[in-house]
Ligand binder design. Structure first.
Ligand code: SMG
Ligand code: MG
Length: 371
């Protein structure tokens, strides 16, 4: 394929309500939108990095720079051989920066699939037309506020609730939600690395609440700690931050550090690597589900396609647009009986709304592309 230009655009979109996790509170989503132009198509993607390196070591200003100065030149060097499938190999010498690599690969893949008239779901191997939606519920100021938020989401039809937890906001909110909404509710928690193995006994206090899983209780590089914790609590452990390339998934499975894996295409370096993790996990009988990074409709479209693969057996953090934004950058994703529809059009299968995009744009940089 022949790329004519790559544009990086910084946008800021207000969230409908602040989202608090164990590492911080966001009241808007800042995101870099990547647009790849070819003779016949435009490919779109978003970079999931945040403004500060708190979820992972990546952050948006750094990511823009890495994409411009370190990733794109390696793609230009491929000349006419450039395809989406060759991106990961070409940028492999650059250490880390999975989210930056994912954004670039995804925009190129979108353009390539649009040129070939193939949908993301078709390309990745989705087997479902719709995918079940869960919702990730932030840390709140009070249990009452939390119960009200959860009640609202359940009324909308969400099929699974994930509560963000941290030391001081764990047993009580989980107990309150379980008591109020009953044992049928699919309920899980996410600590975003806020605990240590010394908290094992405390975390075992969540066992009576029959959680689907506990996501990333310990530091991202502590696979052995997670394997150890798994022997001391009954709640299944799910890894998020710990799993970057598929090799990490294989290691974690071998060590017994997890029962479930949260697959986030952004965190693992793109949809091709995400599919490999899906495949490795499937081969070992380990279920996966699709995580989220507060994506706009652009990233959500591709995530929903990925969530259509066979081993995505648990509801994902693939919520409707209204969970995040008053006005999304694409036509909104809406819940239909607790599910989102997998787009079927070419590429990501959704159109970016130019006026909306212009209204939230803070800066645009044309990087060009010469081979
Ligand atoms: O996209 O609905 C979403 C957010 C889901 O909780 C969510 N993501 O650790 O899984 C996670 C967090 C990371 C992002 S927090 C800004
Ligand atoms: Mg998580």
């Amino acid at each position: 394929m022949k790329i004519e230009n790559i544009e990086l655009r910084r946008v800021h979109i207000p969230l409908v309500r602040p989202f608090r996790t164990s590492f911080g509170t966001s009241s808007e989503r800042a995101v870099t939108i990547v647009r790849v132009t070819t003779a016949d198509a435009e490919g779109w993607a978003e970079c999931a990095a945040d403004t500060s390196p708190l979820y992972s070591s990546e952050f948006l200003d750094g990511s823009d720079l890495v994409i411009r100065d370190h990733l794109i030149p390696r793609l230009q060097a491929l000349g006419d051989r450039l395809t989406a499938e060759r991106v990961a190999g070409a940028v492999e010498p650059v250490k880390g920066h999975a989210m930056s690599k994912a954004a670039l690969e995804t925009a190129i893949l979108d353009a390539q699939l649009k040129e070939a008239d193939i949908s993301f779901g078709g390309y990745l191997g989705a087997v479902r037309d719709t995918v079940p939606a869960g919702v990730s519920v932030g840390i709140m100021d009070s249990i009452d506020e939390l119960l009200e938020a959860v009640a609202g989401y359940l009324e909308e039809g969400y099929l699974r609730i994930k509560l963000k937890i941290e030391p001081g906001w764990d047993l009580e909110p989980v107990r309150a939600v379980r008591e109020r909404f009953g044992e049928e509710l699919l309920l899980q928690v996410d600590a975003n690395t806020a605990y240590t193995l010394a908290d094992a006994r405390h975390l075992a206090g969540l066992d009576p609440f029959d959680l689907l899983l506990m996501e990333q209780p310990l530091k991202e590089d502590d696979l052995l700690g997670h394997a150890n914790l798994a022997k001391r609590i009954r709640t299944p452990i799910c890894l998020d931050e710990s799993i970057e390339p598929a090799r990490d998934a294989a290691t974690a499975i071998t060590l017994g550090a997890r029962s479930v894996i949260n697959v986030k295409p952004a965190r693992v370096g793109g949809y091709l690597e995400a599919r490999r993790i899906h495949d490795v996990a499937a081969a070992h009988g380990v279920p996966v589900w699709c995580g989220g990074m507060l994506e706009t409709g652009i990233g959500r479209a591709a995530n929903v396609a990925l969530a259509g693969l066979p081993n995505f057996v648990l509801p994902g953090d693939t919520s409707a647009s209204s969970r995040y934004y008053e006005q999304d950058l694409t036509a909104p994703f809406v819940l239909e009986n607790g599910h989102l529809r997998v787009p079927t059009g070419p590429g990501i299968g959704v159109e970016v709304l130019p006026d909306v995009l212009a209204g939230v744009t803070a800066s645009v940089t044309d990087i060009g592309f010469s081979t």
